[in-house]
Design a protein around this ligand. Sequence first.
Ligand SMILES: [Zn+2]
Ligand SMILES: [Zn+2]
Length: 115
Amino acid sequence: CPQCERCRCRACTAPRELPSKWLCDTCQLSCDQVVDKLSCVCCVKALFYHCCPDEDFPSEVPCACCEQTHCCKRWTAMLCVAMCLPCLCCFWPLRCMKWACTSCYDACVRPGCKC
Ligand SMILES: [Zn+2]
Ligand SMILES: [Zn+2]
């Protein structure tokens, strides 16, 4: 790039994700996982996974909006679960924190052009 003299190839300008760590072959410690655990969203995922054997039920993304199937059903279930698991409400603030951390991290480590 002529302005900042940094590389502009795709590898250098691709946004960097927060690092994640494989604890063993099956457990990955990533920021998303921590957010899931802290906010009990992992319980909702497990619940959806066990209670909704539908092929098309997106149990991996319980908080997705209407771009995923069963939007109303999911959100009604989420609200019911949130009554017993108030920590679910921390999910969105935690997501925002994760987003903030990711952009800081990206700003620090991305070697390529940012203009
Ligand atoms: Zn490059
Ligand atoms: Zn640049």
